[in-house]
Ligand binder design. Structure first.
Ligand SMILES: [Zn+2]
Length: 334
């Protein structure tokens, strides 16, 4: 008899996530979920010297030994997250072989659904794909929740016409292309690997437009375009996002791929605005591709919240933390 009881999650028609019982297939995998949680609970890898937020993790491959992992903090509030540690440790043990894995996470309270941060979604997506399970629980037992990697991804953007683009949006797209080309600093990324990820970004507030572009250096720890625009918005103490534009070169077949790390940073800026304005807001995000003559070839729409399901934000840490954060943001307004 396990000390954990298991539930799964599914996406409703309206896009909301709800808990459900395990599927018949998942019932056959309960031994893997238990093994993943037990290995994570006994993992001694985590060393969060700043946050003291211990995230103990493990990965259970079909073949080979269970691999413990955890979060390691360094520098100044710089973190190697548990999921990043998982990828490195798992590949060290198992090489590049492709096999079914289950990730176990011990953190939070019973019944919590795992919420990998944006950057962890980026590395999990690229290295382990879109279809594997993550089970989360606490060491003492209780409800544990099984999610699939696909629950943390979103690319079902609404397609818009490129024939009649609203003049304001058309103007913002042109501004983003022009100023993004002036700002971009990327001598190091290969031209033909994931060209849909080479995008510029524009954040429009009530009074300003902030353009950002990728800043890539030889150590391959880039600042992505949205974060670049966010820095400018913060310098003007203007986090009040009204709309966002993303542009990348492309034929219109697929939308620009905005890294989940960047989506999360945008959500954090929007949270700052929500806390200061005392009201929730979900600004639209427009994604455009364009050709060599800067003609728009594809146009899509989503929103700051829609394209990052099950987000990892300060709201995950509870109301007391939100009040501290609100007071901090009020304090830095000049
Ligand atoms: Zn993470």
């Amino acid at each position: 008899m396990s000390k954990w009881t298991f539930n799964a999650i599914q996406v409703r028609q309206d896009g909301q996530i709800e808990k459900v019982g395990l599927s018949p297939h998942q019932f056959t995998r309960i031994d893997k979920y238990i093994a993943a949680l037990e290995a994570a609970a006994s993992s001694t890898v985590a060393n969060p010297i700043f946050s003291q937020y211990f995230v103990r993790e493990s990965v259970v491959p079909v073949l080979g030994a269970i691999v413990p992992a955890g979060n390691i903090e360094y520098g100044l509030c710089q973190a190697l997250h548990g999921e990043e540690a998982i990828v490195a440790a798992y590949r060290s043990r198992c090489g590049r072989s492709t096999q079914d894995v289950v990730i176990g996470i011990i953190a939070g309270s019973p019944g919590n659904i795992a919420t990998p941060c944006g950057n962890c979604r980026d590395i999990l997506l690229d290295d382990l794909g879109t279809d594997f399970e993550i089970v989360s629980g606490v060491a003492d037992g209780g409800e544990a929740v099984v999610a699939n990697m696909s629950h943390f991804l979103f690319s079902k953007f609404k397609t818009l016409s490129t024939i009649e683009i609203h003049p304001d949006l058309d103007n913002m797209i042109k501004v983003t292309i022009h100023h993004g080309d002036l700002l971009v600093n990327d001598a190091f990324s290969p031209k033909n690997v994931h060209p849909e990820r080479k995008y510029h970004a524009l954040i429009a507030t009530k009074v300003e437009r902030f353009v950002g572009a990728h800043d890539v250096m030889c150590d391959y720890h880039p600042i992505y375009a949205l974060r670049d625009a966010i820095r400018q918005a913060r310098r003007k103490h203007d986090p009040f996002v009204q709309s966002v534009v993303i542009v990348s070169k492309g034929s219109g077949e697929k939308a620009p791929h905005v890294m989940y790390k960047d989506r999360q940073h945008l959500l954090s800026l929007n949270l700052q605005a929500e806390l200061l304005a005392k009201e929730e807001n979900d600004p639209p995000v427009f994604l455009a591709t364009y050709d060599d003559k800067h003609k728009v070839t594809g146009l899509w729409q989503t929103s700051v919240k829609q394209w990052l399901p099950l987000p990892f934000t300060s709201r995950n840490f509870g109301q007391e933390h939100i009040e501290l954060l609100t007071n901090y943001y009020k304090g830095i307004r000049r």
